[in-house]
Design a protein around this ligand. Structure first.
Ligand code: SF4
Length: 552
């Protein structure tokens, strides 16, 4: 059949294609309020106003454009007002949902903390944050109950020990993930930390890269021991047959409502060239990224439209001015590596990976942790992208004492599978986008399962999310839980979860990582959740043929 003819009349005039707001194609006029806010004044400039005006004038003195826009570039979000149920999240105006207190995200690039840094965060939490502190699944520490009046003093203390909140949130390059065992792992060939440090030095807080279409997530790690396939950019260690050790480049991953795993560009990058290549990819995102609609503004959408070959060509020709070296794929682990337990370092000392429950800790606990670390001759702690932590440099004779002391303060180096594999996002306690409670529910779930299935011996991951945004990586868990309102048996709307089953990351070569299947109609109310997970686990135990068989 022939294509339909063009209709006659004035309405037939060809319509100008709507652009996606890409700067490189000449679309420099903001297409939405968020883009307008960034263009009107670079968000990094808000720091001076916080220090000189808002900290003195208090919450009421804050310009709304700064409050709900630019503050994020300095790690600050208003937190959710207590007592507002999830049913009202989408209905209320932002100012009706928010409190006068802030969440403050401290970026911990590479997850590495010294004792002085740990003590500083603990002190800030106790003095200014009502003792709140969560380890996030991006190796950050998140504090709550922060008042704007206290922010300059908090910055002063953080910066005195080399920490910062610069670009911890906002449409900019966020914390750079690294291996929690960088520099000490026995199977690491090249430590990626110098590249992380160089990126921080050159580009974080740099106005050239502080107005991106949306957030930009990075990871640089020899070992594939983080969520490398869910980042905008990841460098994973690989040995090239001719050129030796270097890093394999992945781009365009992201979860949320249109999940996509990152793809390899098929190039080999030596350690010293990582910052330049990273800058090139951020440059592509800044210039070609879609800015019309925020839900299409992540790098993954551009990659999906361009494909890998075009992306690589633009990177090489327009941003680097040279060809990159073709590279082989890295060897990937058979299952995610969380570093829990006791492991030997490359210098003969040990590191101990320990689990709080769903990343929840406190200033008091972090201060006690610092004491345990020091008492056992160490000065270093690392955070993981699984909401856990590592204590480094423990000699053989001190391992058992360290484990006992960690346990005494609520950090378990020999956790149950449930505690080990469960993560939870911030949820309704503080997050304005949340529909359901997550942290307390996660703690309750772990406790119930430890009680009822104490002998469960398989690796299992349970990721609890308070809304579809998937901050705790809903789609890549054995059991991914997406918070939403569901009907209970009495026909009432209550908090619950849509269940995704069988997702995973970090699969061995030859297999593929993948998203959990969203089972249509499979929903559980929050009340039913422990029983539901227990049933799944019992079915798995009943059906598996050997203890080696994975849950997924
Ligand atoms: Fe908030 Fe939703 Fe992210 Fe959870 S997943 S922290 S509820 S935005």
């Amino acid at each position: 059949m022939a294509p339909s003819s063009t209709p006659a009349g004035p309405a037939a005039r060809p319509r100008k294609a709507r652009g996606e707001g890409q700067w490189a194609l000449g679309h420099r006029e903001p297409l939405n309020p968020n883009e307008r806010m960034k263009k009107d004044d670079n968000p990094l400039h808000v720091r001076a106003r916080i220090e000189n005006i808002y900290a003195k004038g208090g919450f009421a003195s804050i310009d709304p454009q700064d409050l709900r826009g630019r503050f994020r570039w300095w790690g600050l979000y208003t937190q959710r007002k207590a007592g507002i149920d999830g049913g009202r999240t989408a209905v209320l105006e932002p100012h009706e949902l928010e409190d006068e207190y802030f969440m403050l995200r401290v970026r911990v690039d590479g997850g590495a903390l010294s004792l002085a840094q740990l003590r500083t965060i603990a002190g800030i939490s106790q003095e200014f944050g009502r003792d709140s502190a969560d380890i996030t699944d991006r190796q950050n520490i998140q504090l709550h109950w922060i008042r704007v009046e206290d922010v300059p003093e908090i910055w002063r203390r953080l910066e005195a020990v080399g920490l910062q909140t610069t670009e911890a949130c906002g449409d900019c390059p966020r914390v750079v993930l690294g291996s929690p065992v960088a520099g000490i792992a026995r199977d690491e060939v090249v430590d990626g930390t110098p590249a992380i440090d160089e990126i921080l030095k050159r580009y974080i807080g740099d106005e050239r890269y502080s107005n991106l279409p949306r957030k930009f997530k990075s990871q640089i790690s020899w070992l594939a021991d983080g969520p490398y396939e869910t980042n905008d950019i990841s460098f994973v260690g690989v040995v090239h047959p001719q050129h030796g050790p270097g890093f394999d480049l992945w781009v365009g991953g992201g979860l949320s409502t249109n999940p996509r795993l990152a793809e390899r560009l098929g190039v080999w990058v030596p350690l010293e060239e990582i910052p330049d290549v990273w800058e090139g990819v951020v440059g592509i995102f800044r210039d070609y990224g879609y800015r019309r609609l925020r839900n299409r503004a992540r790098l993954k959408f551009l990659l999906a439209d361009w494909g890998v070959a075009k992306f690589r060509e633009i990177l090489e020709k327009e941003y680097l001015g040279r060809a990159l070296i073709d590279g082989p794929p890295p060897e990937l682990p058979a299952k995610p590596i969380d570093h829990i337990g006791v492991h030997k370092q490359n210098d003969g000392l040990n590191y101990i990976g320990a689990a709080p429950v769903v990343g929840r800790t406190s200033g008091t606990q972090l201060a006690k942790l610092a004491d345990v670390v020091e008492e056992h001759g160490s000065d270093r702690v690392r955070l993981t992208a699984y909401q856990k932590l590592l204590v480094l440099d423990i000699s053989d004779d001190k391992v058992e004492s360290a484990i006992a002391k960690l346990r005494a303060i609520g950090l378990e180096a020999r956790p149950s599978s449930w505690r080990r594999g469960t993560m939870a996002c911030t949820g309704i306690e503080y997050c304005k986008l949340a529909i359901v409670e997550t942290k307390a529910r996660g703690e309750e779930l772990v406790a119930r399962l430890e009680e009822r299935l104490a002998d469960f011996d398989a690796d299992i991951s349970i990721h609890i999310n308070g809304c579809p945004n998937a901050c705790a990586r809903t789609q890549v868990a054995d059991i991914g839980l997406k918070g939403q309102l569901v009907m209970n048996a009495h026909g009432e709307q209550v908090e619950g979860f849509q269940v995704h089953l069988g997702g995973g990351l970090g699969m061995a070569q030859g297999q593929t990582s993948g998203f959990g299947r969203k089972l249509r109609g499979l929903k559980a109310t929050a009340e039913e959740l422990p029983g539901y997970v227990e049933k799944l686990a019992r079915n798995y135990l009943g059906d598996r043929e050997s203890s080696q068989e994975t849950f997924a």
